[in-house]
Design a binder for this molecule. Sequence first.
Ligand code: NAI
Ligand code: MG
Length: 359
Amino acid sequence: MNHRIAVIPGDGIGKEVVPAGIETLEATAGRFGLRLEFTDFGFASADYWQRHQRMLPPDWEQTLRAFDAIFFGAVGWPTVVPDHISLWGSLLQFRRTFDQFVNLRPCRLMPGVRSPLADREPGEIDFLVVRENTEGEYSSVGGRIFEGTDRETVLQETVMTRVGVDRVLRFAFEQAQSRPKQHLTSATKSNGIAISMPYWDERVAAMSQRFPRVRVDKFHIDALAAQFVLHPEWFDVVVASNLFGDILSDLGPACTGTLGIAPSANINPDRRHPSLFEPVHGSAPDIAGQGIANPIGQIWCGSMMLDHLGHPEAAAHLLGAVEDVLALGPKESPLTPDLHGIGTTAELGNAIAERVRER
Ligand code: NAI
Ligand code: MG
């Protein structure tokens, strides 16, 4: 099978971890007889900004539309471009234009990684956060009136559409149905937000009719945040509106240790547009250029991308190689400094690619 992948390394450590991601993807493709064709793009970066005073070329949409997926590093270099410009000028354009209405973040405690939560073992934390990525609380509906007077009034509306809510719920239920525990948790706040959140609950109940094998529960967002920390083992697939999902999708990976290994995907499940796979971390200016960034977040994104492209076995094989290398620990594997090792980005990428070929 042939897949065309657009590669956008972006800034800082994005340029260091993306090559490791590609190396491990190529090793996996070799094992499974897949053909991945990578095309590199320099836009969505501070370098591009310095040359063109913009983040993207005018024809970026046409260019990227021709690809099956986008493999993205990180964007942001605040000493050259203010963060709101680099983010709104690139990543958010991709998410919106390509209707990537699901933001998916696996939260899994990996072997050899210490959770900041006491006494947690691999296997105890393994859930997915599914965040609605296009509407909800992050709408631009609203405004200010009587500005600068003592009647100054500010309004911002939450927008929930049946189409928007149902499609993210359907995706989450499908994920839950395909996993062994078949359990879905919905984040709500229908006690306080008494119009939109009861609607969300209603749509969850309606969708659950179509997925009779999936066990469903719901928590108010405040209690849910507490349970992520107290009982992460309770969760399998967690679905949430844009704002609640934003918070949970940072809290979840935080419970599993280092930022350096956390992956995320911006998915257009109906596949009319390319989906985008990017690590949770940013460009890390504090360690950029030293060759010590952890490439595992980027590599795990490669595994998610293979899964999305219809190759679940190859995806699992690649992630298994990551787990094997992590499990050996910093004495036997070239783990990077954030994992208490002395390995480099390239060495860790090599070790994982090697493991992909061997296992
Ligand atoms: P950051 O994620 O880049 O770094 C936070 C801390 O984690 C730093 O100490 C960094 O050294 C460490 N870290 C991050 N990734 C690591 C890795 N792979 N291995 C080892 N250590 C790692 O977040 P920060 O510093 O807030 O943002 C830096 C720039 O990145 C900003 O311009 C920001 O806007 C951008 N950013 C971009 C994102 C994206 O492209 N989606 C996401 C987050 C931030
Ligand atoms: Mg966030």
